[in-house]
Design a binder for this molecule. Structure first.
Ligand code: C2O
Ligand code: CU
Length: 519
């Protein structure tokens, strides 16, 4: 292990470092830079920008809450997310394969901005490049993306590509943060299937608040396999980024418990409407709420077709009339609006609404349109799952705090050691059920792995439904349930994490460290 002096030497010698002081203000064991995760060889960061994560922030207490903003539903149009233009694109020969690699370079400043979420009110949010949600990145399989971030916020930040298979030093590990004035550069190889990924803040302790305040954006990875399919494309292929929020009467976006967050946002607007043509659309549903699940259905119970899970296309389409997403989960669906008359409207609802009304958004069918798209019976070929080489168990609890296997995240402690290329069976149990702990502990958890994608094999010992059978990176683990996933550790050796994606839980320590050893 390097000590602080070595790290400083390393910093000045290499001229290229990104350090975390060992003495930190963190509430857990002092964070420490581990060899291999910190140095970004292509960026020089002034030493005084290095920082350690802040203590976890608490939600506003009920007596601190201000009056809620009154928000009439469907008061404004849902924005269509625009793709960011690369600052530069170049091609070069890979020293390893000798092949030409295309690279798109993006640069984003993270700063506060004032945006209109509820009609007529201005809210201060955290943004990537002034956008809420952050700008959409469109990437192609095999083409590299270099993303340079400049932190102009008061909170320390780091950025994780959720669902991305990324070398450890570019993974945005919770301790690899920079403070105000710092910058860092990530390199994403995009050597994986097409999928609706996203990027978000991951700075340990503050990730819940940073994401809540706006640090998230869509990252669409496309490939040939996907482009060949006759699915709806272009303007008929839309990400819908859903989350809860609390906007108060003065416009303040207040970091509060889910039960105190009755506003539902799609692409940054409270319960918007969206004008569609009477034809098929591909909707990429994202739940980026930090602590809440949504269960989406159309108000008339109309069926739609699910075509993808978190990490890409399913093997075949699945007809559904409702879809549940825990925070960070994605699903892609094809909705055929030609079933509605031009001039009519249909509301998308959240049947898991808490105290608020169920409407999420309204689709207004405003015109006819040609539609040559269709949903093929076969969407993707999945290789058969290799036999797992070992089993592991992960117990999720919330009492007295959010833990995995009775432990709180300690970046110095290796919880799981595995080998690159291995296949394992992970059994995740949420034992927060009545009788086990104090009465009233019915806490929903989820489970997310960095680097590895997985398939859900069993839920409570029964095979899972077809809508959950694709490749995933986040899975719902409801109270009292047990979920079995087949995890494949492919990509890169190095340090990674797994955690509950209720970010209020992970920021309080419901996270573990996994070290992937080279073969
Ligand atoms: Cu979406 Cu470890 O995060
Ligand atoms: Cu949890």
């Amino acid at each position: 292990m390097l000590d602080r002096r070595d790290l400083l030497k390393f910093a000045t010698a290499g001229g290229a470092a990104f350090l975390i002081p060992l003495e930190g203000s963190a509430p857990y064991a002092a964070p420490r830079l581990t060899a291999g995760t910190g140095a970004l060889t292509d960026v020089a960061v002034p030493e005084d920008t290095f920082t350690s994560p802040s203590p976890a922030r608490a939600f506003a207490a009920p007596d601190e809450l201000g009056d809620l903003a009154k928000a009439a539903p469907f008061a404004h149009a849902m924005p269509v997310l625009g793709a960011m233009k690369p600052a530069a694109s170049h091609s070069g020969r890979s020293p390893r394969s000798g092949r030409t690699v295309m690279t798109d370079v993006y640069s984003m400043r993270q700063h506060k901005a004032r945006v209109e979420i509820v009609k007529g009110l201005k809210s201060t949010v955290f943004t990537y490049a002034g956008c809420f949600p952050g700008p959409m990145i469109k990437a192609n399989r095999g083409h590299e993306v270099v993303l340079e971030h400049h932190n102009e916020l008061d909170n320390p930040t780091c950025t994780h590509l959720h669902g991305g298979r990324v070398p450890s030093k570019y993974d945005g590990l919770p301790m690899d943060v920079v403070g105000k004035g710092g910058h860092y550069t990530y390199r994403y190889p995009n050597k994986q299937r097409a999928a609706s990924l996203w990027y978000h803040d991951h700075s340990h302790g503050t990730e819940a608040e940073n994401v809540y305040m706006g640090l998230y954006g869509v990252y669409l990875l496309s490939d040939e396999e996907e482009r060949r399919l006759p699915l709806p494309k272009g303007q008929y292929d839309l990400p819908l980024v859903i989350r809860d929020a609390r906007i108060e009467a003065d416009g303040k976006l207040r970091f509060a418990r889910p039960i105190d967050c009755p506003h539902m946002l799609v692409n940054g607007k409270e319960r918007p409407y969206f004008k569609v043509a009477a034809r098929k659309y591909r909707l990429r549903l994202y739940n980026v709420s930090i602590n809440r699940n949504v269960k989406l259905r159309f108000a008339d119970g109309a069926e739609f077709v699910q075509i993808a899970t978190d990490c890409g296309l399913l093997e075949g389409p699945v007809v559904r009339d409702e879809i549940e997403l825990v925070g960070a989960e994605r699903a892609e669906i094809i909705v055929d609006f030609s079933r509605y008359r031009v001039g009519s409207s249909i509301v998308l609802e959240n049947t898991a609404a808490l105290k608020e009304r169920p409407e999420i958004m309204r689709f207004d069918i405003v015109r006819e349109a040609k539609d040559r798209s269709r949903i093929p019976d076969r969407l993707a070929e999945f290789p058969s799952l290799p036999k797992p080489s070992r089993e592991r168990e992960f117990i999720m609890t919330s009492d007295p705090t959010f833990l995995i296997n009775g432990k709180s995240y300690d970046p110095k402690r290796v919880d799981v050691e595995t080998t690159l290329g291995s296949h394992e069976l992970w059994r995740i149990k949420n034992i927060d059920s009545p009788g086990h702990h104090k009465p009233g502990y019915f806490i929903h958890h989820s489970f997310h792995t960095h680097l590895a994608q997985f398939r859900v094999i069993h839920r409570n010992e029964s095979p899972v439904g077809p809508g959950e059978s694709g490749w995933k990176d986040t899975v719902s683990v409801p109270p009292g349930e047990s979920v079995c996933i087949a995890v494949s550790w492919s990509g890169y050796a190095g340090q990674y994490v797994y955690h509950c994606h209720h970010l209020g839980h992970s920021s309080a320590g419901q996270m573990g460290r996994v070290d992937v050893k080279p073969r």
